[in-house]
Design a protein around this ligand. Sequence first.
Ligand code: PMP
Length: 291
Amino acid sequence: MLIYLNGSFVAEEDAKVSVFDHGFLYGDGIFEGIRAYHGRVFKLEEHLKRLYESAKSINLTIGIAKEDMAEVVLETLRKNDLKDAYIRLVVSRGKGDLGLDPNNCSKATIICIAAQIKLFEQTMYEQGLNVKTVAIRRNNPDSLNPRIKSLNYLNNVLAKIECTQAGVIEAIMLTQDGYVAEGTADNIFIYRNNVLLTPPLSAGILEGITRNTVIQLAQTLDIEVKEMLFTRHDMYTADECFLTGTAAELIPVRNVDGREIGLGKPGAIFKQLLKEFRTLTQVNGPEIFSM
Ligand code: PMP
């Protein structure tokens, strides 16, 4: 495996960063998870837009232009001869000293890793997941806005620990006010009273690329869709519930906190959206081997 590290491609064993890197010391940095399908990088522009917006928000100078970053992603795939892959872009504040002041970090560290995608088990798409709302609340946007895809994922890690200890695979996190926010690495949708609902960005969630794609697909399919706060009650009594994310795509939820959702199996709206989503993944995005 060849990894992009600060302008060069190096073998995995040589892909090393300093222990003084503030990404490591303080979680001071940002990242993206991107997917390539069938020789194309899905929604690459949208992922790079989010990366550069996260950087802006934390006052981080990436140091290379967005167009060059796109080339980094494509070249990493080419070097590893990958047409279907999961891509991880990481930009940290870079090497500094033990103090947390980012002014002492002169240059960002940039990493791009492309790996074979580990697909979720097919049974999960056929049967749906059991999930649990956890006690830990999603970061308060006034403290660390979840719209920043930061390297500080402890909030999500704590939620993951809580749900796995309870024996389920994914956690649903609530906002500080007790509304439904999102999963540990995915956004949430419910279908209720013939309307597809997903929490608004103002709730304090990541603006998922898959979420945005699903909203657009719903609109083209004439499914009414609203970005609106909803409660656990709304979720328990919904006809359908599913999660969205780059890794999982769209994945149905069959049970939340011991309550069966709808008929306890993937619903018609979910199936329709997943089908359209998978069609789109085959045609969207720049081609990896076009040059
Ligand atoms: N929420 C969180 C907290 C995430 O980490 C992710 C994964 N990036 C998502 C939602 C889904 O976003 P996307 O569809 O862009 O992968």
